[in-house]
Design a protein around this ligand. Sequence first.
Ligand SMILES: NC(=O)c1ccc[n+]([C@@H]2O[C@H](COP(=O)([O-])OP(=O)(O)OC[C@H]3O[C@@H](n4cnc5c(N)ncnc54)[C@H](OP(=O)(O)O)[C@@H]3O)[C@@H](O)[C@H]2O)c1
Length: 347
Amino acid sequence: MNNYETLMKRCFELARQGEGAVSPNPLVGCVVLNKDGEVISEGYHSKYGENHAERDALLKLHNGEERGGTLVVNLEPCSHFGKTPPCADLIIERGISKVVFAMRDVNPKVDGVKKLTDAGIKVVSGILENEAKKLNDVFIKNITERKTFVALKTATTLDGKIATSNGSSKWITSENARNEVKVIRNRYDAILTSSSTVIADNPTMAHRKKIILDRNLKTDLTANIYKKGQVYIFCSGKSCIDGNITYIDTPVNDEKLDISFILEKLYELGIYSVLVEAGGKLNGSFLPYTDKIYHFIAPKITSDNTSRSAFDGKLITDINDSQQFIFDEVKEFPPDLLLTYYPMDIS
Ligand SMILES: NC(=O)c1ccc[n+]([C@@H]2O[C@H](COP(=O)([O-])OP(=O)(O)OC[C@H]3O[C@@H](n4cnc5c(N)ncnc54)[C@H](OP(=O)(O)O)[C@@H]3O)[C@@H](O)[C@H]2O)c1
């Protein structure tokens, strides 16, 4: 027997298949049941500009078997014309009797609930709402704050170290964990790192868009990171496009590039989410702007206080001045763990 929570979890799974392809749209999955409660179709939003999940699922049905049935979806169905016509209209046209969804759409243009209830469709909302909000944390921030979502990934020992004092860092975590990093990168519009990390590690960080913070242009353009993808280098005093590289002249405060300026610029460039993968200094500077942290932990202890810490941003003398977070989940990538957490003030 299907219950709404099980069906909603299936919607989340379907929705995740659009990761990396739907930005700036939300991740949405949909399940359709006939009037006897049997699953008859599934769909998801697979790419920006393509059909929404409800339309994808309903257009697979050709014989009216959805009439009198239920449609389950993780986001309130849209009621406005965007790149595609309103999903609420198709739901009404197809004779669905009940719509079950997880969260209201934060886009003020959408009022699917009104359109559906006006048409006599029963609406049930709030099923796994918190999980649905986490799934679409990027979309929510983009729509409600008009700002780029900042995620940060770090990999540390149990004593919070990312490298020894001389920079040795390969590899702290296992191949299992490093494979998961590739999955995480794909969720975001771009990855972001620093001149220091490019010089120390010569990482590839495979991604379609890469952002490097390199104030004095000291990285070598033959480095692995520049080989593929579109690259944006934030620096001081240069502003031009050269092949796949866009140089962006950036204000400097206290010998550091201005992070607020960089984030505003990214939003202007249509980069609505970014994954920061850097060392302690840049992580420290990004911490106040970070919306979510992916923290891999290897079962190792350097026991060396001179090893480099994952966050190296400020000097505090009172432990109560630490920034506070809320743990979200723990996953195992044996032998390592992945801890995800959000800053305390996120709702
Ligand atoms: N374990 C992990 O997850 C992981 C991930 C990445 C790196 N690492 C390790 O981290 C080490 C490098 O760490 P790090 O602390 O030396 O360097 P970092 O934090 O990666 O980068 C610091 C550099 O970023 C640039 N930068 C530009 N704007 C900045 C700002 N507002 N705030 C801070 N930095 C800014 C500065 O260089 P410019 O003046 O040239 O702009 C600065 O020197 C390497 O050994 C690497 O192996 C570990």
